[in-house]
Design a binder for this molecule. Structure first.
Ligand code: SF4
Length: 338
């Protein structure tokens, strides 16, 4: 077990974790809300440092990031545990494990050096901290991020945005791109379906954008829970007014079969996804994308000025028709980081 850095002592036996907005007070022998951090004799330890349980080489489009190094591959890893408990979670087998025990894992230790070496050896241009919430393993992520930068690799977080100010301030200098979930604009939804609050997520989105880090937003549209067009309009208006109209918004379809606790809900209809797409466009967003609707033309990038097709997407295959990030017809900047 690796001693954590982001915590403080409350008294002889209790510590407070400082990584996310839960700010868990953890007594001796207990773990935090994410199950990944344990108080042992008055010190806080990460149970997951060096032990990713999922590693893949993914197209960057899978994160999803559509305007950041399109067509590149990203070395992606995640650990066990999570500070959110989303009933719709698709990675629940790793994220919702309550009894994380490093010694019983019988797993290979992946040092930060090994992660970077593997990323370079597999021709990846970036490393993605994804699959579960990277905030809860920020010490491990940060050690990898420093090394990655020194080796000309970019760093991508796929996050729920619930990190503390201390965590975000530590991560920002090493971060290149983020996809943040805004799951709803309703605090009740965050309380009921996730066990968290949504205000810190909005504040962190603003800080990330102000720090000039590439940002894309994702919203999963869950029938009856997060498919209300008025609520979706609030998300779109927030992105336009508080972030920027150039921030891409991914609206994706929910599939009950692979969800943790929402298997009785129906799949999101295409009509609801199309309605959400129109909400985003009417709010003034330049780039709105449908997700989990293979073959849908709304996954393509079109020039927001003249409407010319700039990037065609089919699954994770892409065809570049733009001119190095500019529209091939009218030369408009398409807000793409090459
Ligand atoms: S990362 Fe968040 S949920 Fe986990 S122990 Fe720290 S404050 Fe609690």
């Amino acid at each position: 077990m690796r001693e954590a850095k982001f915590y403080k002592k409350i008294n002889e036996s209790t510590v407070q974790c400082r990584l996310c907005h839960h700010f868990c007070a953890i007594r001796n022998g207990e773990v935090g809300n994410c199950s990944a951090r344990k108080n042992q004799n008055g010190k806080l330890y990460s149970l997951v440092y060096g032990y990713p349980v999922a590693i893949n080489i993914d197209p960057v489009e899978k994160k999803p990031l559509f305007h950041f190094m399109p067509g590149s591959f990203t070395y992606s890893l995640g650990t066990m545990g999570c500070n959110f408990h989303c009933k719709n979670c698709q990675n629940w087998d790793i994220s919702q494990e309550k009894f994380i025990k490093e010694k019983e894992k019988n797993m290979e230790y992946f040092s930060p050096e090994k992660i970077v070496e593997e990323a370079l050896g597999n021709d990846c241009e970036s490393i993605s901290y994804t699959y579960n919430e990277p905030t809860i393993w920020a010490e491990y992520a940060l050690d990898i991020m420093r090394l990655a930068r020194a080796n000309n690799l970019k760093n991508i977080w796929v996050s729920n945005g619930f990190m503390s100010d201390e965590c975000l301030e530590a991560v920002i200098p090493h971060l290149d791109a983020v996809n943040i979930d805004i799951k709803s604009f309703d605090d009740e939804f965050y309380k009921e379906n996730i066990g968290a609050r949504f205000k810190p997520v909005l504040e962190n989105c603003k800080k990330i954008k102000q720090s000039n880090i590439h940002l894309e937003i994702t919203t999963l549209i869950i029938p009856t829970l997060s498919d209300n067009t008025e609520m979706l309009k609030k998300i779109a208006d927030f992105i336009v007014s508080e972030l920027d109209s150039d921030v891409p918004w991914h609206i994706s379809r929910f599939s009950p079969d692979i969800s943790w606790k929402l298997r009785k809900l129906p799949e999101t209809t295409e009509g609801i996804i199309y309605a959400a797409y129109e909400v985003g466009k009417e709010a003034g967003l330049k780039y709105v994308y449908t997700g989990n609707l293979p073959g849908d033309q709304r996954e393509n990038t079109y020039c927001p000025k003249c409407g010319e097709l700039a990037i065609r997407r089919l699954g994770y295959e892409i065809e570049r028709l733009d001119n190095h990030g500019r529209c091939s017809q009218c030369d408009k900047n398409l807000d793409i980081i090459e």
